[in-house]
Design a protein around this ligand. Sequence first.
Ligand code: PLP
Length: 399
Amino acid sequence: MFSSRTSWNFSANDLTKKKAELFQNGRAILDLTETNPTKSGFSFPFTEILSSLSHSENIFYSPNPKGNLQARETICNYYTARNISVSPEQIILTSSSSEAYSLLFRLLCNVGDEVLIPKPSYPLFEYLAEINDVQTKYYHLEYDGSWKIDVENIKENISEKTKAIILVNPNNPTGSFVSNEEREKIFSIAYQKSISIIEDEVFADFRFQILARSAGGLDFRLHKPPSSNHKPLTFLLNGISKTLALPQMKLGWIVIDGDDELQREAIARLEILADTFLSVNTPIQNALPELLLFRKEIQEQILLRIKSNYDLLQRIMFNSQCSILNGEGGWSGIIQIPKIVSDEQFAIKLLQQENVFVHPGHFFDFEKDGYIIVSLLPQKEIFEEGIMRLKKFVEENFN
Ligand SMILES: Cc1ncc(COP(=O)(O)O)c(C=O)c1O
């Protein structure tokens, strides 16, 4: 009765089963995978956030497939603060960046067409591609003290069917930003081959260094536009699930850029795709101008947390059998562990012995064992205790 694209394996993996079992037995688990910012003990301006949703205009339905103009103008101001010039005409609102991916796959790909995605990265893109009948091919990020995109690998993996290269900037969980040099090369390849770029920058505002350099001052000069006029068709994805740490509010956006004619055509087609669903609710669109005023206040708290947890991670693991891979930002940390058992077995044993929950590297498509991933969002007490237990666990079991 069902489509083959939904014939998933529903059985839980061993790690998830173990977690559920321990939880049922009443064990208090330190969850170092928690990336839900609404459950991480931040003190956001809750009253103001809630009152922004009671705009008197919310009672009227005035659908606009691109999203309401004021909300789009507010997003332009967000980019102006980052020294990026964007017009409201280039923006389409979506209910999330995940939905934005779906619309873009519908826009760009026929059944069986391909998109290139980074490896390692967040395990979302394959599902989004699969449910839109799109094939994924990987390109590698290599680590040699810092993460670099293997641009040659991108070239090797381009085929007649490739419709888009997905850049995740910064990537999750590596926390690595796309360098200007990488951007120049990849944009040039995409332009020559008439392939679009989908640039996911949902974590762009969370760069560790900014805090160190300017004590919380936010500097948003992330994008150096490609120096040539030969711009590929580009779709920039972002949203308030990370930018304002409000995933429950469901608002994302796409900024469309590139050669004038292609850009116009892409916007016209996307407008009809968006019009088919009109999925972005009115209250959040009306609230956006007010909500974005809290960006600095919200982001400063998160930046402080991720930076101090990252520092803590490095300090605790200094001179241990584990090392921390260098990241530049984002909400995750990568810990290199002794490669004696598989990452999955390591995570299960750690959970069983120390009640600490982490993600094995393969969850994020690490090809080799020897890595676990932790979220940098948990409150200090939880994070510090969890990492101390992890260190003790490694000392006791892998010496
Ligand atoms: C890199 C990246 N892009 C997109 C998303 C999805 O974000 P949204 O909540 O806007 O759908 C995630 C989720 O964590 C992510 O890590």
